[in-house]
Structures are given as C-alpha cells and as structure tokens.
Write a protein that binds this ligand. Structure first.
Ligand code: FE
Ligand code: CA
Length: 162
C-alpha cells in the first residue's frame, strides 16, 4: 500500500515525464523547421524515452494498486534562438527532473516506503545519463564556433542516434 502523499507525487511525476516528452517534441519541431533533421531525430527519440519513463511510473502505480490520476500537460515553448539554446534548455530541464526524482526518494524514505525508494533507483541512475548526454552535446556545440559546415556535421552525428 502506497501512502496517499507518495501516490500524489508519483502522479505528478507522470505528468512531468509526459511534459518532458512534449518539450522534446517541441524541440524536434523547431529543429525540423531549421533543417536540422538529425537533431530533430535525436529529440524525437528522447521524447519516446520520456513517454517510457511516464509508463514506468504508471506501471508502478498499477502494480501497487494505487490510484492513477492523469493531469493536464502544458504546451512546450516553440521558439529558440539557436541549437545551443535548445540543448542548454534540455540540460537545464534534466537537472530539474533530477531534483524531482530526488524529492520522490526523500519522501519515500521519510515514509519508510521501501518499494517506492527501490523503484526510483533506476531513475536516479537514468538521470545521471540524461544530464551527461545533454551536457556533452552542449559542450560539443560550444566548440563548433560559427562554421555552418561543423554544425552540419554535428547534425548528421545526432541523427545517428538509435
Ligand atoms: Fe524522464
Ligand atoms: Ca536516457
């Protein structure tokens, strides 16, 4: 039995993961509009991962006989200045999500809820990867300078993500 306050924070996290998917889809749309189709592909795959994250929390609530409550999802931004800004926002967003995951773990520990704390371990590890991969791309873009050719190469490389 998962306590109500823990159920509530997990339901909030389902919403946050779905918003993440929406945010990355918004970034994919922007990249496509800029003819950065490789980066768009990268963000579409990231959006898919976020939906899988949401479903992981969903499944946990299902398995623990908890109440699943689906909330409204805000629209994502539609405009960015350049590709660096897009990946900087993605990195900032993942840092924020890490904080949210830590809050769930803290609450679970406070409530003696070992099941929730254990389920969150996967997410703690996943967030290390999420932050590392977005920060790596931010740093790569910063190294490019103003050359269109190197941006083109990076876009191609991003499009190879599987
Ligand atoms: Fe996520
Ligand atoms: Ca990931």
């Amino acid at each position: 039995m998962i306590k109500q306050n823990v159920q509530d924070i997990i339901n909030k996290q389902i919403q946050a993961e779905m918003y993440s998917a929406y945010l990355y889809l918004g970034m994919a749309v922007w990249c496509n509009d800029q003819n950065l189709n490789g980066a768009a592909q990268w963000f579409k795959l990231q959006a898919k991962e976020e939906m899988a994250h949401a479903m992981r929390f969903y499944k946990f609530l299902e398995e623990t006989n908890s109440q699943i409550v689906l909330k409204a999802i805000d629209p994502p931004p539609a405009k960015w200045g350049n590709l660096l800004n897009v990946f900087e926002d993605a990195y900032k967003h993942e840092q924020k999500v890490t904080g949210m995951i830590y809050e769930i773990v803290n609450l679970a520990n406070k409530e003696g809820d070992h099941a929730t704390a254990s389920m969150c371990k996967w997410f703690v590890d996943e967030q290390v990867e999420e932050e590392a991969q977005t920060l790596e791309i931010v740093n790569q873009i910063k190294m490019l300078g103003d050359s269109k050719g190197s941006l083109f190469m990076l876009d191609r490389q991003l499009g190879k993500r599987e």
